[in-house]
Design a protein around this ligand. Structure first.
Ligand SMILES: Cc1ncc(COP(=O)(O)OP(=O)(O)O)c(N)n1
Ligand SMILES: Cc1nc(C(=O)O)sc1CCOP(=O)(O)O
Ligand SMILES: [Mg+2]
Length: 212
């Protein structure tokens, strides 16, 4: 089973990224997506190598945003691809069947296509407006999530779906009730000065109804 909480990293420098990722790991986060936009290949490689090492130390999963070849090069656990990024089939051919391939969706049709193309999980968003990403897709709100998750059920389509985009702790109960598998967050975890407390709170809510 995939973890229910994914931290999407922030920071405009290698140092800031590493600080934020290390802090998230040290505070109990067990899944990191390295998102380092508009950077040179050299900087991305240097950061990815360091994050890979850190995630191994903390026994956390590590996926790379956008860059399939970087994920392959450093033997990350996988990659997250958006609607305009490398095609899932292409990424699967490069990474093989053991790696995680996540894909962004905003509609039921996006999810259906991603499933047909062999992705492992869906990042469905945005829940609401967020400043973390530019050029957001149309906001879904809880109603949008409910409609899409219902349609997945009706069509017997089963894949872990993560809510993304302005998600906070207060949203979790409702999102779980709707049928989301988990959440992917960036801003709230980067900004808080009480990371351990927040991660514990998020996980308690996310795993509240999981029977082991
Ligand atoms: C878990 C998760 N879901 C969605 C996204 C967004 O990916 P994308 O649309 O490619 O946008 P960028 O993150 O590349 O700006 C994500 N990264 N993670
Ligand atoms: C990276 C990303 N993708 C989104 C989408 O809707 O596809 S929203 C988003 C930003 C998530 O960060 P925060 O938790 O700070 O809102
Ligand atoms: Mg992308």
């Amino acid at each position: 089973m995939y973890h229910k909480l994914q931290y999407i990293s922030q920071g405009n420098t290698i140092e800031k990224q590493l600080y934020n990722i290390h802090d998230a790991l040290d505070s109990g986060c067990d899944w990191i997506q390295m998102r380092f936009k508009n950077q040179s290949a050299k900087n991305c490689f240097a950061l990815a190598e360091a994050v890979k090492f850190l995630c191994e130390e903390y026994l956390a999963s590590f996926i790379v945003n956008d860059n399939v070849y970087l994920a392959q090069q450093i033997a990350a656990d996988g990659v997250h691809l958006g609607l305009l990024d490398t095609k899932i089939e292409e990424a699967r051919a490069i990474l093989g069947n053991t790696k995680i391939i996540g894909a962004t969706a905003n509609t039921f049709d996006d999810i259906q296509n991603h499933i047909e193309n062999g992705c492992d999980y869906i990042g469905l968003g945005p829940l609401r407006f967020t400043t973390t990403k530019e050029k957001l897709s149309p906001i879904l709100g809880f109603e949008g999530y409910h409609a899409i998750l219902q349609k997945l059920k009706e069509n017997h389509l089963d894949i872990p779906v993560y809510a993304i985009g302005g998600v906070t702790s207060e949203d979790i109960d409702q999102l779980m009730e709707i049928g989301l598998h988990g959440i992917a967050v960036s801003g709230i975890l980067t900004k808080t000065d009480q990371k351990e407390k927040l991660i514990q709170q998020l996980n308690e809510k996310l795993y509240a109804n999981v029977v082991i």
